[in-house]
Write a protein that binds this ligand. Structure first.
Ligand SMILES: [Zn+2]
Length: 318
């Protein structure tokens, strides 16, 4: 009910409001697009992108390629909610995008669709029309639980080759169970797209992890030289310390889908990568106890009201 009140006074953002910065290096190189806040309650990535820009703006003459930082859902960010009418990160399928492009903003069925339309006005010329230049799209997210950081990575060689250089755990195949994420749009266009889940919503650590991860990514694809970034080695070592002890690559096994009226409630105390066995009591809904349907590592236990993914279970790759 509270949401309806929030929604009433929210207006879609302008195209200009989506830009954090667009840093174009003087040397040839890939384009990295970093997006934060496609879920409006996940704003920490914005601070991380700003810190990266502070580092690279002064060395533009040596920068190889382009770094574009964008904000996702402007009205949801303003209200601190995941989305306004519908999840902005489930709308990027080919057919919905086509409809959004063909429809005037004021005739779109949700505020979140208007936000997608504004993003497409920025992204389409880069993602769809670039002449074979490498585009790497990083979608920064945070989670409502706690524990670790990880990437959600398409299961193909090109993606794994680039994303593995980050050294952050890779969750393979989970995106097949999350249709319509913005990484799908980038991947369909033949580019590299992945989600980077950096920590708990609003935490300093989530911002630090995103900042360190972005720096390591820029260095690993040759956009920056680590000698030009004074604290590069510190950030690299910090990132490695944050991921030690976690599996480097796991496969998606299943997710618990929350349906309207379920009254889903995760039991307290679960963290990412907690090991569970089949039958473990993980959550409750109006019909009773929800038990793990298989053993593996628990991922993204949901400790907030908005969202339809209760938790995921992943397992070591075979
Ligand atoms: Zn998110």
């Amino acid at each position: 009910m509270q949401l309806a009140k929030v929604e009433h006074r929210l207006k879609p953002g302008s195209k200009a409001q989506h830009y954090i910065a667009d840093v174009i290096g003087e040397l040839e190189g890939p384009t990295i697009i970093a997006v934060a806040g496609i879920h409006g309650n996940e704003a920490t990535g914005i601070g991380a992108i700003k810190r990266v820009i502070e580092e690279i703006e002064p060395i533009k003459s040596k920068l190889k390629g382009r770094f574009l930082g964008l904000k996702g859902n402007i009205p949801a960010l303003a209200a601190g909610v995941r989305f306004v009418n519908e999840d902005m990160n489930r709308l990027w399928t080919t057919s919905i995008l086509d409809k959004i492009r063909r429809t005037k903003s004021r005739e779109l069925s949700s505020i979140d669709r208007v936000e997608v339309k504004k993003m497409l006005q920025i992204l389409d010329p880069i993602v769809l029309d670039s002449n074979d230049e490498e585009v790497i799209y990083v979608d920064l997210h945070t989670f409502s639980g706690s524990g670790g950081l990880f990437t959600i990575t398409p299961d193909d060689e090109r993606h794994i080759e680039i994303i593995s250089k980050l050294g952050v755990p890779r969750i393979l195949g989970i995106h097949y169970s999350l249709p319509g994420t913005s990484m799908e749009y980038v991947e369909d266009a033949g580019h590299i797209g992945f989600a980077f889940e950096t920590g708990t919503h609003g935490s300093r650590e989530a911002e630090d992890n995103a900042y360190a991860g972005l720096l390591v990514l820029l260095e690993s694809v040759g956009m920056i030289n680590k000698n030009d970034i004074p604290d590069f080695d510190i950030q690299h070592d910090y990132l490695m310390s944050r991921v030690s002890g976690y599996p480097s690559e796991v496969d998606f096994l299943y997710k618990h889908i929350i349906e309207d009226g379920d009254e889903f409630e995760m039991r307290p105390g679960f963290q990412n990568f907690d090991q569970v066995v089949k039958g473990d009591w993980l959550a409750n809904d109006r019909n009773g106890k929800i038990r793990a349907q298989a053993g593996g590592y628990l991922l993204m236990p949901l400790y907030q009201k908005q969202g339809n993914d209760g938790f995921f279970i992943v397992r070591d790759c075979e």
